[in-house]
Design a protein around this ligand. Structure first.
Ligand code: UD1
Ligand code: CA
Length: 432
């Protein structure tokens, strides 16, 4: 969208308050690592070259990025000593290419920043002919944030960090939200003049604003409409609070798309989930990342849909169902407590209460296939790998051993399951 624009994502912070062996940016929110929110935002903005500035945990972040963003132009820059945000940007300097003239700087610990706000920053930058555009927000409790200091004409003159505020500045509600865009050449013409003469003895990127203004450069700003966009993660409490806000955003999106979510307070939906119209999600349902659910389904109460499972249209998954890496075909019913892992379930299948696919043999995960129209009796155990043929029946309590496929149209009973003569006509087991 904007030629010559590079994103620099600052992610080197110590995250000591997380009290964790995992770097803060790899902690998950709605199933997705914190760092991915900033990266995905840049990709949505069609920014081709992204530089992540990381500290001590370079290898872990690099490993994650390599695995999840194959083929993307994402580079990692190491900030050797955490000397502050200006130093972090300087650590990325060597990786910024000659043709790249503009720098979008994002703080990795702010996953709630929306695409709309990021676009606002870029639009303002494109039209204003300025050296820098900042995102600001009006916060009632502005403590902890850098405050925007404006002159008598309302122009931004500098940003003062919380610890360095003068008495008369403490009530300023307009804060620096953290995301900003700079003309590269202007920023690098002042960045070396930034001194750590503040309470934290850090090299603050925000000091660049004052230095640019002193040179007569114009600074512009846009305000975030939603104050939650500014919130950052510094400890576990903030991690779960931000997850709550994101979950609410996701649920509101589904409600607007025609999905009924009966109890938003007890429903957990992770990122990348798709749900079709007129599906009802009952209370106490947990849906993992990238699960796909079709139209007119009923899910829950008390079910857990995991592992990128796919549920087609008109499916009922009642209470205490756990699905893991499982695909369920149209019009199938799994109405009472069941575990279905690594299973491919066809159309119009009925899964009786207590059915379990024993998918793990202690070493490998194995697949179970249940073909169209099969009727799985209550308490059946299907030891994978195994196939239950089309329109066949398993009797209550039977155990189907691995590789003992049930032929199409047959009945199996007992432990271990044995094949009985051809089943009678069997059609309408799908009671609603
Ligand atoms: C920063 C801003 C503040 C703003 C707030 C918004 C500065 C000096 N202050 O403060 O004006 O209101 O964000 O949330 O920029 N980082 C590095 N290397 C470092 C230090 C930090 O990569 O040496 C990264 C952190 O991982 C984080 C980001 O930069 O992602 C911001 O750093 P942080 O220390 O959290 O700044 P704040 O005090 O929140
Ligand atoms: Ca922060």
């Amino acid at each position: 969208m904007h030629n010559g624009l590079t994103a620099v994502i600052l992610a080197a912070g110590k995250s000591t308050r997380m009290k964790s062996d995992t770097p803060k940016v790899l902690h998950k929110i709605c199933g997705k690592p914190v760092i991915s929110y900033a990266i995905d935002l840049c990709l949505k903005l069609k920014i081709k070259h992204i530089i992540l500035v990381v500290g001590c945990c370079k290898e872990k972040v690099l490993g994650y990025v390599r695995e999840n963003y194959k083929g993307r132009d994402i580079e990692i820059a190491l900030q050797k000593k955490l000397l502050g945000t200006a130093d972090a940007v300087l650590s990325a300097k060597a990786k910024i290419r000659k043709s790249e003239k503009d720098l979008l700087v994002l703080y990795a610990d702010q996953p709630l920043l929306s695409l709309g706000a990021a676009r606002k920053i870029l639009n303002e930058y494109n039209k204003a002919g300025v050296s820098c555009v900042l995102l600001t927000a009006d916060l009632e409790g502005s403590q902890g944030y850098g405050r925007i200091i404006r002159d008598s004409k309302g122009r931004i003159s500098e940003i003062r960090e919380d610890k360095d505020l003068r008495k008369d500045e403490k009530d300023i509600k307009e804060v620096n939200a953290g995301s900003c865009i700079f003309k590269k050449e202007k920023l690098f013409s002042v960045i070396n003049n930034i001194k750590p003469d503040n309470k934290k003895r850090e090299y603050y990127l925000t000091e660049a604003i004052r230095l640019l203004r002193e040179r007569g450069e114009r600074i512009s700003s846009v305000r975030a409409e939603d104050r939650t966009e500014v919130l950052g993660i510094n400890c576990r409490l903030e991690l779960v609070e931000i997850e709550k806000i994101l979950t609410k955003r996701l649920i509101n999106k589904f409600l607007a798309q025609g999905v009924t979510i009966k109890s938003p307070e007890t429903t957990f939906i992770n990122h990348g989930v798709k749900i079709g119209r007129d599906t009802v999600i009952n209370p106490f349902v947990y849906i993992d990342s990238n699960v796909r659910i079709g139209k007119n389904c009923v899910i829950g109460p008390f079910s857990h849909i995991r592992g990128e499972s796919v549920i087609k249209d008109n499916v009922v998954i009642g209470s205490f169902g756990e699905l893991n890496r499982t695909c369920v075909g149209r019009n199938s019913r799994i109405k009472h407590f069941s575990y279905l892992g690594d299973a491919e379930i066809g159309n119009s299948v009925n899964i009786g209460a207590g059915t379990v696919t024993a998918n793990f043999d202690g070493k490998n995960k194995n697949k179970t296939y249940i073909d169209d129209g099969a009727f799985i009796g209550s308490d059946t155990v299907l030891v994978a790998p195994v196939r239950v043929g089309r329109a066949s029946i398993t009797g209550a309590g039977c155990v189907v051993p691995k590789h003992k496929n049930v032929p199409a149209g047959k009945i199996v009973l007992g432990v271990p399951a044995k094949v009985y003569p051809v089943r009678d006509k069997f059609s309408t087991h799908n009671s609603k």
